[in-house]
Write a protein that binds this ligand. Sequence first.
Ligand SMILES: C[S@@+](CC[C@H](N)C(=O)[O-])C[C@H]1O[C@@H](n2cnc3c(N)ncnc32)[C@H](O)[C@@H]1O
Length: 511
Amino acid sequence: MKKYTIDNYIIDIDKYGLKKTWHTILSKTLNNTFNSDIFNISNYGELYEIGLEHVNKISKKEMGKYYTPRDVSNVMSNWLAPLKGDNVCDVGCGAGNLILSYLDNLNKSDAIRLISNGNIYLYDLDDIALEICKYSIAIKYGKEYLRKIHAKHCDFLDKDIKLPKNAKVISNPPYYKIIEDGKNWKITNVISDSRELYSAFIEKIITQSDSSVIITPYSFIGSGKFYSLRKVMNKYNGFVVSFDNVPGNIFNGRKHGIFNSNKGNSVRAAITVVENRDNVKGFRFSPLIRFKTEERNKMLDNNVLYSLINDRYQIVDSRHKAYYKCHSDLLSILDAWEQKSDKKMSNLIEQNDGNEIYLPTTCRYFTVGSKRNLLRDGKRVIKVKNKNTYNYVYCMMNSTFAYWYWRLYDGGINCPLTIINTIPVFLDLFNEKQLNKMNSLAEEMQSKEKEYLVYKVNAGKKQENIKFPKKYRNEINKLFFDVLEIDKNISVLNKIHSSSLFEESESEENE
Ligand SMILES: C[S@@+](CC[C@H](N)C(=O)[O-])C[C@H]1O[C@@H](n2cnc3c(N)ncnc32)[C@H](O)[C@@H]1O
């Protein structure tokens, strides 16, 4: 039997179309009448994408964008395994990265029992991907089981599509904006408020299953438009780990990619594990995990990730609308800060007159406030009256506190004013001596801004910023600990700025 190559594949696609070509490959493989070195289950996903690209359904740029890498699906499968539910469902299964990993992590006999008992459910809008997924399972575990797998070619959000009873779900749903509602959808508040497909999937999965593990963008954790989803989540329980996308990134660096190296910047991701234990409500959170690419293997371990989650179950309400992503050992500092603050930053900011403080909008490793009008594109200007308030806001923006607050509640690309406005402030707690210290620190920094200017070229343009020596940030942090009566060494805050998960090393980057 001659070996089937990529060239044969492309010729077949041109001749018979993608659907028929795959049907032939899959049926022949199932019946052991297919010979190829590259067409094996672990490459199907990528080969399918190559086919899609050939027929112009996706561009090279999109290839493999948000398909779950093997090391991530492994973590997700391990979390799903002990949870409640007899029917295992992969929603938006694609070519099957998640369900195959789940089955792979079971004993072979357990996997076969699950399949042969008719406990596997697959859902996808793409009929070819769905067929690849279903056949992959049968090729691996036995062709006699092909008919036992429930593969539903559907829009998962269609009202008529329901998860089976006792469902446990693994899913990496699509991440598109909803332009137009589906004709047969149930339009929930989550859909009308967020206009994001992934949150509609989370809602439907959570409300119809016993347990689930879902990977999505992390924006639902804090962003205002997902408040209705968080309110739905109040009724369930579990935990969420979230990941920054710089320097290391969850979705690229696909190890098993033989044809495809996907290097673009991608979304910040979160894995939500809905456990639904008895007698608890709400979700526990990890901090926003930042890791170096070389730390990926060590980090993508269920125990390592689980150890980062703090033990507080968060419930949202009209006063606390967002979840926060806090390190376990910093919770008490956050509590002291929030409880002792009597105002928000917005109370100190003036609309019209006042002296200006400039805030660069990007803040990868620290935030900056400057008296100098920085020569750069992305910046915000806030106005503050009177010396003490001015210096306090200045110190706040150059401390770990402002940066930390942004990482707790957002942590995306830019630091929005909505976050700055809600930073808790405690100027009224300062005594005379502490005020003097704050003023002299702030004034010294202001007089030295010019010495610490740094530049980064962005889109061909030089962008100015200030990188103060760390001693200033430490001095401010120490003063703030003193005012808040936090009896801890300020070095506990170092990890907030670290570009590494396992070491406290701050990146050499300028912002
Ligand atoms: C991000 S991919 C994930 C694929 C695979 N589960 C993985 O983790 O690698 C999302 C999948 O959802 C499917 N999809 C998109 N819209 C859908 C819908 N409305 N209903 C069901 N599936 C959908 C896509 O075809 C795609 O296979």
